[in-house]
Design a protein around this ligand. Sequence first.
Ligand SMILES: [Zn+2]
Length: 242
Amino acid sequence: MIKKDRAVCLRTVDYSETSQVVTLFTSRAGKLSAIAKGSKRTRSAFDGPIEPFCFGDIVYSTGRGDKLATLTEFEQKKGFLSLRTSLAAFNCAYFAAELLEAFTQPLDPHAELFDAFLQFLIDIAGADSREGLGLLILFQLTLLAEVGTKPLVCECANCHNPFSDKWREIHFSSSASGLICPDCEQTFNDKIRLTTKAAAALNDINLIGTAEEKTLNEIEKALIYHFTELMHRRPKTAKFLL
Ligand SMILES: [Zn+2]
């Protein structure tokens, strides 16, 4: 069956001298793996080789069962996150793409997540390192919420006492999936300590846009720890952050 959609490329693997297997995130179908035959030829229906973060309209046909889909057209929009953008922006984008791929299932639609990822890629292209980190944190929180594992940060994830900036110690625990108050801290072995500023910014994401870079670094460290626990391995592209 032939289908049309909008897609952004998450990852590419060379399949042969002229073809690629691409992992796309699409607006209507979610994550999609497809073979792009002849995509590396200079004249192709894909506007040249497909690279991570290429975005545009696609035409593809689905295979039977587990067979890869076949990409037949990719009309790439120009001026999107390009290799000329900063390395810091690219590193954030690669990390977001790795998480998006890890936390979504093939052909499971997430239209809002698609829009959020696209907006993230647009915004990050012009961001400095502090802004970029803030955007990445917001995208990660959106991703967690969209896949149904939103961490609990407005109260203690264990005893449900409302979060207070008066807590003498604040921890984030992955197994509790949220903040842990000083009274419950002993119950959890897997945890990372947060400053009040970092916990407050997690609580009120409006603070992330103006937070200091060291606070954002701290939040990102906690998120990397959380994703590492959830994935049972450290995300490969985490080493390019912080
Ligand atoms: Zn508690």
